[in-house]
Design a protein around this ligand. Sequence first.
Ligand SMILES: Cc1cc2nc3c(=O)[nH]c(=O)nc-3n(C[C@H](O)[C@H](O)[C@H](O)COP(=O)(O)O)c2cc1C
Length: 284
Amino acid sequence: MSEAAEQDTHRVIDPSVLYVGTPVYLVGTRNHDGSPNLAPASSHFALGRMIVLGLEEGGQSLDNVRRHPELTVNFPSAEQWVHVERLAGVTGKDPVPAEKAAQYTFEPRKFERAGLTCAAAELVDAPRAAEAPLQLEARVRRVTPGIQGVYGIVEAEVVRVHAARGITVEGTDHLDPATWNPLIYSYRHFYGKGPEVGWTRKSPLVEPPAEVTRWESFGGTWEVVSADGSEARVELRRCDGGELAETLTLRDARELRWAAVQRAGAAPASAHRSAGVRDTEGRR
Ligand SMILES: Cc1cc2nc3c(=O)[nH]c(=O)nc-3n(C[C@H](O)[C@H](O)[C@H](O)COP(=O)(O)O)c2cc1C
């Protein structure tokens, strides 16, 4: 693809922060005297069973995980933003570091301050926030100083996940993206997740119709020729000569998602029709 020069669709700016929009979490750690600490943060990513947190140097949370390498990561829902904001001006560090003194005060009782309940973790020695719908227990595997000494990079292995029943798909280990509404921090404002706009082929809630799977196993090919929110059509074609054998009409939600993602995954030149070979990658 050729590179286009910047047109007047964009302009160069120098924003004070780069908090594009990440879920907020409350990191639970153990203080040196055994009391619990809880602090809001949003810098993180997760890959596989590892979660990587960006915690500021000089904060109590980073001190705690350096001394005792276990923590919890508690994700509040969007409606719980007030509990997070109650912790926004406090630190568990005493005395408050000079550079934070103008904006922060020392608070040894973070759970009471936030209006949240402290619960014991099961596999690690760190406090959980009982009201948070999604709680991860994790063991810290490495803490690496950030490049300018401003933050530490905390790499932790998640060893247990607690999910409120209402955000799981009953009978499975899946989180239900339709009911899970994480609190998003974007340019110093809080948001919920907003309506669904799409999904990936790896979603456990995306399923090919049994007829397509069967047809494929016999060597036949198929094409999703149309798909909208309520109905999709799939043409089943014979392996010899590609003659049309049958047209399926799909209405089941999982199958409609499958059909839509087939069309989304097609190369732009042929985006009006998607044919093919199913995803063979492992779902993540
Ligand atoms: C919404 C929000 C997001 C924040 N994100 C981070 C973050 O990603 N990393 C971090 O170290 N601090 C973050 N902070 C600031 C810490 O919560 C703050 O420095 C707090 O004093 C840390 O508490 P502690 O010293 O008890 O660990 C965030 C605060 C808020 C309210």
